[in-house]
Design a protein around this ligand. Structure first.
Ligand SMILES: *Cc1c(COP(=O)(O)O)cnc(C)c1O
Length: 396
């Protein structure tokens, strides 16, 4: 049986593929240092684990839940958004989903028609373009200048706009660049979106992971008009070390949320019940562990950034959020006698046992993504190995 053209055209996730390859080598007993995967290395905080155990033992996690999520969790999201965004929503404006990734998927399915265009700033998170295509939309990629920390401007957006433009995806702090849009930049982008009736998809998943005094401004908080034009995407994976639990959410216009819910009801039925009870505790329970983990990421960033920046040919600016470095390594390739990042990354894995992700899946083929969501000892050992690899290659 031939698979669908839809499935044939799909690019599988490069980050998951790189992580799988590193893990397979590890399983063969190789001493691999993997800086591939975008997930905190911490265990889920104890209070959240306990809430899940209680939900199992009481029996309430045994059953289907409403497809948009249990009422307590939709209410918890409302409260959380009120605290961190100073915005008031109702539970009917909230859908809980199987990770933020599925919230995005549902959103595109609910809003896009064949040929509708979605503007996606480059570098982008690997799933945006593929999910848009699965919804028969057309991703329109625009590249932020590296000098402008890869951020796009209203002039660039306006140049990309057509009468088919329906959405703009904003991810600040960004995966993979770690850059953050300022309030002023967001305001002008928000006003542009309102003036042109373009839905803003605000992927705020790294909103609480910002460093060295940087601030995250939610675009939805900048005016009532911008708020009405925005769907907030967020979740518990990154801030609460809960990637495996698969809980995300979308917040915004009731009509859109309700269409997303109809699609969820015919596809997944509901996010896992036990994870929803755990997520209530995550959002409403003590928040000190979030700050502890944030500080650990910040310390790692401050320690390793200068070391990576000192590697021959590595060009990068210091990120302000998320947990990735995204250097352009074109000059390193020249030094090492390579023309292609993929070959270099493959050889680095084979010969130095360090796994990175190539930038191509993020729309930046001269870059690599380095996740620092791993312990300092591993990071520092990886830097040593990369330095030795570059030195050895540049002698040949
Ligand atoms: C990790 C990530 C997501 C998805 O997170 P979930 O685990 O599905 O909640 C969405 N957007 C970006 C930019 C991410 O890095």
């Amino acid at each position: 049986m031939e698979i669908s053209t839809r499935a044939q055209k799909l690019e599988p996730s490069v980050t998951l593929a790189a992580a799988a390859k590193a893990n397979a080598l590890k399983a063969q007993g190789k001493d691999i240092l993997s800086l591939t995967v975008g997930e905190p290395d911490f265990a889920t905080p104890k209070n959240i684990q306990q809430a899940a155990i209680r939900a199992i033992e009481s029996g309430k996690a045994s059953y289907y839940t409403p497809s948009a999520g249990i009422p307590q969790l939709r209410e918890a999201v409302v409260q959380h958004i009120e605290t961190y965004y100073q915005l008031q929503y109702q539970p009917k404006n909230v859908i809980v989903t199987d990770g933020a990734k599925f919230a995005l998927y549902l959103l595109f399915q609910a809003v896009l028609n064949l040929g509708d265009e979605v503007i996606i700033p480059v570098p982008y998170w690997v799933s945006y373009g593929e999910q848009v295509k699965l919804a028969e939309g057309v991703p329109v990629f625009i590249t932020g200048a590296q000098e402008n920390e890869f951020k796009v401007t209203v002039d660039q957006l306006e140049a990309a706009r057509t009468n088919k433009t329906k959405m703009l995806i904003l991810n600040s702090p960004s995966n993979p660049t770690g850059m953050i849009y300022s309030e002023e930049e967001l305001r002008s982008i928000g006003e542009w979106a309102v003036a042109n009736n373009i839905l803003i998809v605000a992927d705020d998943i790294y909103g609480r992971l910002v460093y060295n005094g940087a601030t995250f401004t939610p675009i939805a908080s900048l005016s009532e008009a911008i708020r009405q034009q925005t769907i907030i995407i967020n979740g518990v994976s990154k801030s609460y070390a809960m990637t495996g639990w698969r809980i995300g959410y979308a917040v915004g216009d009731e009509t859109i949320i309700s269409a997303m819910n109809d699609i969820a009801s015919q596809s997944t039925s509901n996010p896992t019940a036990v994870s929803q009870y755990a997520a209530v505790e995550a959002l409403l329970g003590e928040q000190e562990t979030v700050e502890t983990m944030r500080q650990a990421f910040e310390e790692r960033l401050n320690t390793i950034y200068p070391q990576f920046a000192a590697l021959p040919g590595f060009k990068l600016q210091k990120p302000h959020g998320a947990f990735y470095l995204f250097p352009n390594i074109k000059e390193t390739l020249d030094l090492c006698g390579y023309t292609d990042v993929t070959r270099w990354v493959d050889d680095l894995l084979e010969e130095a046992q360090v796994a990175l992700v190539t930038g191509a899946g993020f729309g930046a083929p001269e870059n690599v993504r380095i996740s620092y969501a791993t312990d300092l000892a591993t990071l520092e050992e990886a830097i040593k190995r990369i330095a030795a690899f570059i030195e050895q290659k540049s002698k040949n």
